[in-house]
Design a protein around this ligand. Structure first.
Ligand code: ADP
Length: 218
């Protein structure tokens, strides 16, 4: 079933979300206070509205509370972003995602009760840094301040060995939750089967343990 999305703020981030959702056939209402931006998205989004999202009445008129998911991607103007988030939570919008500019902004958004706060620049920086350490580290996802999930390509030291032999849980305190082989993903990987070249391991654990695992095995 298709969801109805609204994206507020059509800068690089919001614009990219709007384009991608529309490309996937989703109905997106694109909202921005800048007429030029709105014109740019007239042929991309399902519907566009020129409005200031800090204006509660304007959001009510749009019927924003009927949308399944509202994304707030206001960039520099943190005050406008926070005010918009307050209005949306007060209105009881089903799912609200807000882009945070910095850690303080993120903290406030969490306090307000926004369902999802994203920090794309910081997260991308972290992902890239882990990939710079080793090209075998394909992805990195932060779960909390001190726990993460990493996606690693089986390195030379792992190939031909089984999970029992590597005993990653005992040696590093991390767990292998899945193994990907091409497009197939096995979410209950066999402990005895030898890892092959090209296998990708999904590892979950405390950051300090994952770091040790990355240094010694990847
Ligand atoms: P990015 O860093 O993702 O490129 P920008 O700061 O360039 O973000 O863009 C943010 C967008 O949000 C701009 O198009 C701007 O017009 C829009 N915007 C800012 N404040 C409001 C508001 N109060 N209501 C609606 N749109 C807004």
């Amino acid at each position: 079933m298709n969801k109805d999305f609204a994206v507020i703020g059509l800068g690089r981030f919001g614009g990219s979300i709007c384009r991608e959702l529309s490309k996937e056939g989703m109905h997106v209402l694109a909202i921005d206070s800048d007429e030029e931006r709105i014109n740019e998205y007239k042929n991309i989004a399902y519907h566009t509205v020129l409005a200031d999202s800090t204006d509660e009445d304007a959001l009510k008129q749009i019927g924003i509370s009927n949308f399944d998911h509202v994304v707030v991607a206001i960039g520099e103007n943190i005050q406008a972003s926070i005010l918009t988030a307050v209005i949306l939570t007060d209105m009881g919008v089903n799912k609200i995602t807000v882009k945070a500019q910095n850690d303080y902004h993120e903290k406030i958004l969490n306090k307000i009760g926004v369902h999802q706060v994203v920090h794309p620049e910081r997260d991308m920086g972290k992902r890239l840094a882990h990939n710079f350490i080793s090209s075998n580290i394909l992805d990195y996802l932060e779960l909390s301040d001190d726990h993460s999930i990493v996606e690693v390509k089986a390195g030379e030291k792992m190939i031909g060995k089984s999970l029992i032999e590597l005993d990653i849980r005992a040696n590093f305190g991390c767990n292998i939750v899945a193994i990907k082989k091409g497009h197939d993903i096995n979410v209950s990987p066999s402990a005895e089967q030898a890892l092959q070249e090209g296998d990708v391991l999904i590892v979950i654990g405390a950051d300090k343990d994952i770091t040790r695992f990355e240094r010694e095995l990847v």
